[in-house]
Design a protein around this ligand. Structure first.
Ligand code: HEM
Length: 379
C-alpha cells in the first residue's frame, strides 16, 4: 500500500521502512507565541499530517473550499499517491528553555536530561543559522513532491506562530532500516547501512531506540531522540583518492561492501582479523572500526539519513554530502560516544573528506491515538 499508518505506539518515520526522499525542516516559535498557540499548532499539524499521510488534502482541500479564500491546501500533491509519506515531529531544547533561560511555555521542568546540548566535537564547522530549532519535522516519502508538499503545508499552517529556521532536501536514503531493504550507496559510492540497527528487530529497538519507562519524564516513553548533522563531503579530494585508500578509510570494500579481507556484505566485522603481514585488516583509524559498537561501549544507532546535493558552491565544487539522521534512546551514551570516537583528525581518517556544518537534537515524542495530538502528554 502507498499509505503508512499515522497512529500507533511510536511516531511513523522511525521504525517504518526508510523511503527514498526527505524534506526536513526546523522551526522557531515566534517570540510572542503563547502556550495555547503552541498547543494549537501541534493540534493542527497532527490533523494535517493525518490527512496528508493518507493521501488527502489538508483542511477543506486545494480546490474544494470557499473559492473566495486562499485554499487550505497548496495543491501540488493533487492526484499524487500518498507515496508512503511519514511526518515525524520533534522538540528541540530551546522549546523548553530559550537562549535567555526563559521558560516560555511552562515546560522547562519537563525537559529530559537526555535532551542535553550536544558538546562541541573536534573539527565541527557548525553554522548557527542551519542548526538547532525549537521544533523539527522530518517528512519522508517515495515522491519528492509529496515530501515538499507536506513541509510547505505545515509551514503555511504555522504562519504567525512558528517559521522555518532552515530546511534540507534529501534523496537516496543512505540506510537500510529493515532486513528486506537492499543497502543503498551514499555519495562516496559505498554501501551505507549494512551494520545498521534493523527496525524489525524489536528487542534491539527497545534496547537502543525507544525511550523506556523510567528513563526520564513519562511524556517521552515510547519516543526517541533524533540527532541531525548536515555533513558536507569534500567530493573532489575523495574522487582523486585511489580505490584501496578509499576502502582503507571506510574499512569495507567498495564493490560488495564486505569488511576488508572478507568477500560478502554481511560477513561479520572482525576487528581482530589480521592480514598475512600481521597488520589489522580493518585499519585502526577506519570509520567502521571507530564507529563499531565494541569501540564504543556497545553504543549503536538507528541511522536513517539521506544524501544531498545542493548544486555547486562558488568555487564550482559539488555541495554534496550526507544529511545524517539517527534515532536513539539516549544521545549522551550513543551519538555523543560514537562521535567522540570519530571526531578530530587524530581519529577517523574519513575526517579528511568530510565536514559537519549543521547539528540538531530533538526529542520525538511517542505516537498518538485518534483524537490526540503529537506531544500531548507534555502539556
Ligand atoms: C558505518 C559512511 C558518518 C556511525 C558506515 C559505513 C559507511 C559509512 C560506508 C559502512 C556500512 C555500514 O555498516 O553502514 C559514513 C559517511 C559519513 C558517516 C560517508 C559522513 C559523511 C557517521 C557518523 C556516525 C556514523 C557521524 C555517528 C556518529 C556509523 C556506525 C556504523 C557506520 C555506527 C556501523 C559500524 C559497524 O557497526 O560496523 N558509515 N558514515 N557514521 N557509521 Fe558512518
Amino acid at each position: 500500500s502507498q499509505v503508512v499508518g499515522f497512529f500507533g505506539d511510536h511516531q511513523a518515520g522511525i521504525a517504518t521502512p526508510a523511503q527514498d526522499r526527505l524534506h526536513f525542516a526546523a522551526f522557531d516559535l515566534s517570540p510572542v507565541a503563547s502556550r495555547e498557540a503552541l498547543v494549537e499548532l501541534l493540534t493542527e499539524w497532527t490533523n494535517a499530517a493525518l490527512k496528508m499521510t493518507a493521501g488527502q488534502d489538508v483542511g477543506t482541500g486545494a480546490v474544494t473550499g470557499d473559492p473566495s479564500a486562499p485554499p487550505d491546501d497548496t495543491g501540488e500533491a493533487l492526484g499524487l499517491a500518498a507515496a508512503k509519506l511519514t511526518v515525524t515531529i520533534g522538540f528541540g531544547a530551546s522549546l523548553f528553555t530559550d537562549a535567555h533561560g526563559n521558560d516560555r511555555f511552562g515546560i522547562a521542568g519537563r525537559r529530559p536530561e537526555q535532551l542535553a546540548d550536544l558538546p562541541a566535537f573536534a573539527g565541527d564547522a557548525l553554522k548557527a543559522e542551519i542548526s538547532g530549532g525549537d521544533l523539527c519535522v522530518q517528512a519522508c516519502a517515495d515522491d519528492p513532491q509529496v515530501a515538499v508538499h507536506a513541509i510547505r503545508n505545515l509551514a503555511r499552517i504555522a504562519r504567525g506562530t512558528a517559521s522555518v529556521r532552515y530546511s534540507q532536501l534529501g534523496f537516496g536514503r543512505t540506510s537500510s532500516t529493515t532486513v528486506s531493504q537492499e543497502t543503498p550507496r551514499n555519495m562516496m559510492g559505498f554501501k551505507d547501512g549494512t551494520a545498521n540497527l534493523k527496525a524489525d528487530d524489536t528487542d534491539s529497538m527497545n534496547q537502543h531506540v525507544w525511550v523506556q519507562d523510567g528513563d526520564g519524564p513519562d511524556w517521552m516513553t515510547g519516543g526517541s531522540y533524533l540527532v541531525s548533522r548536515r555533513i558536507r563531503m569534500l567530493i573532489e579530494p575523495w574522487d582523486s583518492t585511489p580505490l584501496t585508500e578509499q576502502e582503507r578509510v571506510i574499512g569495507r570494500t567498495k564493490g560488495a561492501g564486505a569488511p576488508i579481507g572478507r568477500t560478502k556484505e554481511f560477513d561479520p566485522v572482525d576487528l581482530d582479523a589480521q592480514g598475512s603481514d600481521g597488520a589489522p585488516l580493518i585499519d585502526l583509524k577506519s570509520h567502521v572500526r571507530l564507529a563499531h559498537p565494541t569501540t564504543n561501549n556497545g553504543a549503536t544507532l538507528l541511522r536513517r539519513g539521506y544524501s544531498f546535493t545542493d548544486g555547486t558552491d562558488d568555487l564550482g565544487r559539488l555541495d554534496a554530502g550526507l544529511f545524517f539522521l539517527a534515532y536513539q534512546r539516549d544521545p549522551r551514551t550513543q551519538f555523543v560516544t560514537i562521535q567522540n570516537s570519530l571526531a578530530g583528525n587524530a581519529n577517523d581518517v574519513l575526517n579528511e573528506y568530510i565536514q559537519h556544518v549543521s547539528s540538531g537534537l530533538f526529542a520525538c515524542p511517542p505516537g498518538v491515538k485518534a483524537g490526540e495530538y503529537v506531544g500531548q502528554a507534555l502539556f
